[in-house]
Design a protein around this ligand. Sequence first.
Ligand code: NOJ
Length: 565
Amino acid sequence: MTGPNPRPPGGWWRNAVIYEVYIRSFADGDGDGIGDIAGIRGRLAYLRDLGVDAIWITPWYPSPMADGGYDVADYRGIDPRFGTLADAVALVSEAHDHDLRVILDLVPNHTSSRHAWFRAALPSGPGSEARGRYLFRPGRGPAGEEPPNNWESAFGGPAWTRVVEPDGRPGEWYLHLFDPEQPDLDWTSAAVREEFEATLDFWFDHGVDGFRIDVAMALVKDPTLPDAPPWDRAAVGPPRVPPVHPFFDQAGVHDIWRAWRRVADAREPRRVFVGEVALVGPAGLARYVRPDELHTAFNFDFLRCPWDADALRATIDGTLAALGAVGAPATWVLSNHDETRHVTRLGRAATGARGLLDGRRDVADLELGTRRARAAALLMLALPGGACLYQGEELGLWEVEDLPVELLQDPTWKRSGHRVRGRDGCRVPIPWSGDAPPFGFGPPGSVPWLPQPPAWAALAAAAGSRTPGSMLALYRRALRLRRDKRGFAADGLRWIPSPRGTLVFERGGGLRCAVNLSTEPLALPAGRTTLLASLPLDDDQLPVDAAAWYVETPPTGPRDGEAGR
Ligand code: NOJ
């Protein structure tokens, strides 16, 4: 291995590649069919050799798993299905030994309904201190039989559920922007704020390097709880947030991130926050990454952008301008555990992501999607800033769209009245080795919690390692080059004029990235050194739906960055 990523001044996260470990589906150490901490510990060498800088581990806390762990019952524990606190501490230390930083996933918008706070709130009755940590309100209508407003749950149905009071009568309603088993906290409560800051300290004391923050734009609600504009699930991207929305992007949310930043900055080495801020357009996003707030945030505009040169360029330029104005780096992303895997997405007629909470799906051409996914990876990894990979994208996995409905676990399936399948298809346990399930995900004979397609044999990590030109080989090589070539750590990019439907830009040190989204091959300059191409070049021609990295002037000294696959 080469040394650690060159650390630009200002912090490692500014150009880090973060790898999302969706813990239930990464690697199963104990054979119960569910991924766990032991599984991650066994794969740290793989992650180091892949060349990422940090891992983000999705929630591993005790949870009834009503929403795959995003329903947290105890923020300072470990769910026994995943291991123990001692296992977690050992993982953090071993990851550091592998030069990998560890980012946990914190879910501050809501708890599980099994959290001690919510269990205390139910019997305590209206007006009690315990209810004050959540958003309990009387209903509308003569007998309070209507929810307090029209807000909808992200998973379908009303965002309010009525409780039965201690005296047995129907009573108040509580807010849950997600599942009824995920009651929203009231962030005007000092107790809530103090508890979360103490939780940050708890995990910082255990050595973690930062947090990914779940729905970071939703914690603060308009105190008058007015009706919201309808949620158009068929729209491309997240809800279009009007200038003032009652539960997204309320101005008061920034006070929380400023307070958290003070907690992180009190630590040496500095700890890092990565926000899940699902807004449309970079202007709103930029407010979350001002110098005294979160360090960075996933770029959902990039993830949702159609496979179109003009649209991508506009997204990239818009992002860099808005984030640059506040001195923040971008963190580009193509897939995650909530979105259709991009091999599938990019193989559809409509390439812009709609989100898995919308039921519509067109047929995907996986061969086309894979070609484009290879090019998209080179585009993303050449852009200034950081990037976040979703486990399995480096293997070229596609969305599993034919899971038997009786196995679906995403609450969306039930809450949509069995209309929208939800997000299980991007969460299928990943294949490591062998010719048949469980593909090394768990010990032989174990049964993964979601069935793996037999065709994934060809995409297993072991197969990819053996196959020159595989998706895994491409990612390894690209990540190696990112480390070796200091130009990738430079700020900004310069667009090079290129034919319609193509993107060509230069980073530091003369590094160039060309992406061909047109319908004709793109001629690359003859006097260049090609560092990497997503598909074989035909002489100097970059094929359609391919990307290449090159330098214009051949290097004089030994060719760096050529170290093997
Ligand atoms: C975003 C998470 O990524 C998603 O999986 C979860 O369902 C919601 N937030 C609610 O926590």
